[in-house]
Design a protein around this ligand. Structure first.
Ligand SMILES: [Zn+2]
Length: 396
């Protein structure tokens, strides 16, 4: 195994990034009341354009509007794919669809739902190829559907673009780690690679005691032969930036360093922010972007896939910051919009600055955060690190 680097076809790391855009993906709608709004793809693209973040030689936008066939089969069952196709073309919602999670309030059936799902997978796989072949970062804001199971829709996720993008990277010869910073546990991805020591899975999320999908506890640390390669970091309600960054520096970065991936696949959900209507964490985009900045400094090849985020204005600001970080573009502080006098899109979400105000949890709640996170770090040091060290020296 130790010569595997020489056999890889992946490109050396290079500066810059590719933004995967899709007018078609941004045009779908789950239902008028549904919290997941695909139009945010358009809004992020517009905000980045308005801020001048697509200029420079090492940065470009790639449009994905055509579905690549044969990708869903890499993870999902034929039965489920057929049901999804039927659902999208007006088939009746029956017991079988409901059994597979389709046609619920959570995962409504809408016209062309199959196309939406298949195109999001195509976009993430395109991103995977770009990162492997060019050595640059890529960002697909309409990806990161981490709850989708092999034969079941769940948590607004119909198909698991992440699992399929990781599969593509493995086929291209990359060593891959997956990092999930969404407020919800990445259960579908955990399930797919639970017994595989070849892929490291790390998820920071609000504890399953208070949030869907009600799992992702620290004791779920990998199947037989893969112990230590699945790392769950469940966080308490009111977790703030300081606490998140403490966990990120004490567990996430050391674990990734021991695994030493060529490429990190990042589920970049922003529903950890204090303003998110579906979750109970208290983060801001400051902690979010500081963590991603330190990840990027250590691992230059990142495939970022959107994920959750249900306060539209804050999703857009968070992902604009994310794009600037991946692309290596300096952000002007203050308002930099209306380039050339052309005002693009909805100006109401463009404040004077993209950064949030700082926010801290205090008092007894902060004390509880400190105790909880210290116990998570102690557990990592004692039980997980030795496993990774052992397999690191033997496996590579
Ligand atoms: Zn989420």
């Amino acid at each position: 195994m130790k010569d595997d680097k020489d056999m890889k076809s992946i490109s050396p790391a290079r500066d810059g990034a590719v933004f995967i855009n899709s007018d078609r993906l941004g045009g779908y709608s789950f239902s008028p009341e549904h919290p997941f709004r695909p139009e945010r793809v358009k809004m992020v693209h517009e905000m980045c354009e308005r801020r001048g973040l697509f200029s420079g030689n090492s940065v470009r936008v790639e449009q994905v509007e055509e579905i690549e066939d044969g990708l869903l089969e890499r993870f999902h069952t034929k039965e489920y794919i057929d049901l999804l196709r039927d659902a999208g073309s007006g088939g009746d919602i029956g017991v079988e669809m409901l059994y597979h999670g389709l046609g619920t309030m959570e995962n409504p059936i809408f016209r062309d739902v199959y196309d939406f799902a298949a195109l999001s997978v195509t976009a993430s796989v395109r991103g995977a190829r770009i990162v492997a072949e060019e050595g640059r970062c890529a960002f697909n804001p309409c990806g990161g559907f981490h709850h989708a199971h092999r034969d079941r829709a769940s948590g607004f996720c119909y198909v698991n673009d992440i699992v399929i993008a990781i599969d593509e990277l493995l086929r291209l010869g990359a060593r891959v780690a997956y990092l999930d910073v969404d407020a919800h546990h990445g259960d579908g991805v955990q399930e797919a690679f639970y017994d595989d020591p070849g892929v490291m899975i790390v998820s920071l999320h609000e504890s399953g005691k208070t949030l869907f999908p009600w799992g992702g506890f620290e004791k779920e640390s990998g199947g037989q032969g893969a112990e230590g390669f699945n790392i769950n970091i469940p966080m308490l309600s009111d977790t703030d930036d300081e606490t998140f960054l403490f966990l990120f520096r004490s567990i996430v970065l050391p674990a990734l360093n021991l695994f030493s991936p060529d490429i990190v696949v990042l589920q970049a959900g922003t529903d950890t922010f204090a303003t998110d209507p579906l979750t109970h964490l208290k983060m801001t985009n400051n902690g979010y972007i500081e963590a991603i900045g330190s990840l990027h400094a250590a691992f230059p090849r990142i495939l970022a896939l959107g994920g959750g985020g249900y306060n539209m204005a804050d999703v857009v600001r968070g992902w604009t910051l994310l794009w600037a970080e991946l692309a290596g573009v300096e952000l002007d502080s203050g308002y930099g919009g209306a380039l050339g006098g052309v005002l693009l899109g909805d100006a109401s979400i463009d404040g004077s600055d993209l950064r949030d105000m700082q926010l801290y949890t205090t008092g007894p709640a902060k004390e509880a955060l400190r105790k909880h996170s210290e116990s998570l770090v102690a557990r990592f040091e004692k039980e997980i690190k030795p496993l990774l060290r052992k397999s690191g020296s033997a496996g590579r």
